[in-house]
Design a protein around this ligand. Structure first.
Ligand SMILES: Nc1ncnc2c1ncn2[C@@H]1O[C@H](COP(=O)(O)OP(=O)(O)OP(=O)(O)O)[C@@H](O)[C@H]1O
Length: 584
């Protein structure tokens, strides 16, 4: 139960609803127990009349009528209270589920990129949905059924013992056995249903993958193989389902068997006591009703135990993530006003999961309003430089200064708010084009959205869609070309009007003519903004104030376009190669 202590703060938060829920549960059980008592006394009245102990039929009828009215009244009150019991305790479990999901989601947001690299998305999703769902079962149903069982058991055993102590002892003998069997069955059901769940998610992710990659499957003629894979996987999944159904099928027969045994004991032992004149017929009737009433709550003891164990395991998985402290934190109290001077002084950075030293002592200085271009072979460390400026990672050695201050002393939100970043793989959400652009500035007007799209040379494409800016993208909507995606991603960065603009090979899928136009607009837009353009193309970088050439984490050349094309080296070779390609 150690892991579940995490939930105590939520129990405290909703203490009044829980206390009221518990009180309602107790009162509803008291009313429920009126029924066996009233039925028992009705049977006794009828029996006394049959035995000739009472001769006035009118009195018997009156008493029976009163009992019936009481039974209906008690049932009505129990029903109403049961409704409110669920409305309090089950509602609290939903509130806590909601709070816990929000807590986990908020925590996910502050965890570093490394966390996302080390953990699979499916696992993150599972902990926030499946695991929280299991914890909710503990918070709601488990607590509600436990109170139910304790109350019902305490009151009814008290009633029963007062009327027939020996019969009570005999009657409750099968109940712990029932509880134990249900516990074992629940555990087995849980084990098998977890396997079924794993296969189902396996089946759905593999199906989803084959639908997403349908063009590759068709192009390579892999339909038969993928169909066979699907068939094999669904066959195993079916077998696992059947295994689960087999254990499930034991559940109710087991309960019926044990209830039957308890009833037989009541009839046999109670019958003997009745013959000896120790108890009345009404007591036997009451006991039969009590036994049937107690069976389900007692069975839930086993079920609840298994729920608590599952919740404990799930909360442990949740706590594992909640305990991770974000490495990159904000240390500044006040927001920082970023101007955009950037300086790298002998910066080193190693990705500790792969041990790759991506930057091996990088130094450059970029004044605000200027443009730096970074060019170099693939894997030379270009994107890493941009990631360090956005503080997605913290440097290992050296100094990274923004406005002459160490980057980790700046207000983190101010820093990120002042950056417009266009990543290598443009990611667009399954939403409208307008909202995808407005992601950069939530309160942007339609005019601003259109202007940004015009600067990014994508406005005409968007107007070509029948729904224009309201066109939905992604799974629910249309698929854009690589170049269109890149340009929408550029519009998203432009609309933010940031102090620092970072373009990570963001024009690679755009033809040179469009690239030319975008760069021309950028020159106007980038007035006063610090811009860094990472590219493999000389055409993208030639107008930059400063160009650096990276190779294996080192700066091997630097200067401007003019000076670099006149110096032997990587830049000049690339320039000549790309020049001859355009002339061909
Ligand atoms: N998240 C990461 N975890 C571990 N290693 C990484 C990570 N990102 C990059 N690397 C490694 O660091 C080195 C530099 O990568 P980086 O992405 O900065 O290069 P790049 O010059 O931008 O390459 P490209 O032009 O292909 O985008 C590469 O060897 C790469 O494999």
């Amino acid at each position: 139960m150690k892991e579940l202590q995490h939930l105590n703060k939520y129990f405290f938060k909703y203490k009044w609803q829980i206390i009221i829920g518990i009180l309602i549960t107790i009162v509803s059980k008291i009313f429920l127990l009126f029924t066996p008592e009233l039925i028992g006394s009705s049977i006794d009245v009828v029996n006394e009349y049959l035995q000739g102990e009472v001769s006035d039929i009118a009195t018997v009828k009156k008493e029976l009528l009163i009992n019936i009215v009481y039974i209906i009244g008690a049932a009505l009150i129990t029903g109403i209270l049961t409704f409110f019991m669920r409305q309090t305790i089950i509602n609290v479990s939903r509130y806590i589920e909601y709070d816990l999901k929000n807590e986990i989601y908020k925590h996910y947001q502050v965890l570093p990129l490394k966390f996302y690299k080390n953990n699979r998305t499916g696992d993150l999703m599972n902990r926030i949905s499946e695991d929280v769902g299991r914890v909710r079962m503990y918070v709601g149903p488990a607590i509600m059924y436990s109170i139910n069982t304790i109350t019902l058991f305490a009151i009814s055993i008290g009633f029963m013992y007062k009327q027939a102590p020996l019969l009570t002892l005999y009657t409750i003998i099968p109940l712990p056995i029932l509880s134990f069997i249900i516990y074992k069955l629940s555990k087995e059901i849980h084990k098998r249903s977890t396997i079924v769940q794993q296969y189902l998610s396996h089946l759905s992710s593999s199906t989803q993958e084959s639908f997403s990659g349908i063009s590759i499957i068709k192009a390579y003629g892999l339909e038969t193989i993928t169909s066979k894979n699907f068939h094999d996987l669904s066959e195993t999944s079916k077998q696992k389902q059947l295994n689960l159904v087999k254990v499930n099928a034991f559940f109710f027969p087991m309960m019926i068997l044990l209830i039957g045994i308890s009833n037989l004991i009541v009839i046999y032992v109670g019958g003997l006591q009745y013959i000896h004149g120790d108890i009345s017929l009404g007591v036997i009737t009451k006991f039969i009703i009590y036994v049937n009433m107690l069976t389900w709550p007692v069975a839930t003891v086993g079920w609840v135990t298994s729920i608590v164990q599952q919740a404990e395991a799930s909360q442990k998985r949740i706590n594992e993530f909640l305990k991770i402290t974000p490495e990159i934190t904000n240390t500044a109290q006040e927001p920082s006003n970023i101007i955009g001077d950037i300086e790298f002084k002998n910066v080193h950075y190693t990705y500790n999961d792969t041990n790759i030293e991506a930057l091996k002592g990088i130094s450059f200085k970029l004044e605000h309003g200027k443009t730096l271009a970074i060019i170099g072979k693939t894997g030379s460390g270009k994107s890493t430089i941009l990631d360090l400026i956005g503080r997605l990672y913290d440097i290992d050695k050296g100094e990274l200064l923004i406005d002459q201050k160490p980057i980790d002393k700046l207000h983190l939100t101010s820093l990120r708010d002042s950056i417009g970043y266009v990543p290598q793989d443009a990611f667009l959400f399954s939403d409208t084009i307008k909202n995808n652009i407005k992601f950069g500035k939530e309160d942007a007007t339609d005019q601003e959205v259109i202007q940004a799209a015009k600067y990014a040379q994508v406005h005409n494409n968007i107007m070509g869609f029948s729904k224009g800016y309201d066109t939905v993208l992604g799974e629910r909507g249309i698929t854009l070309s690589g170049g269109q995606k890149q340009r929408i991603s550029i519009a998203r960065a432009i609309i933010k009007d940031p102090k620092i603009l970072l373009f990570d090979d963001s024009l690679s899928a755009v033809d040179t003519e469009t690239e030319e136009q975008i760069l021309k607009h950028l020159q106007d837009l980038a007035q006063g903004k610090t811009t860094i353009i990472v590219s493999h193309r000389v055409s993208s970088v030639k107008n930059a104030d400063q160009i650096i050439v990276l190779d294996d984490g080192n700066i091997v050349q630097s200067g401007n376009h003019e000076s670099l094309i006149n110096t032997d080296g990587y830049y000049k070779n690339l320039y000549l190669k790309q020049l001859s390609e355009t002339n061909q």
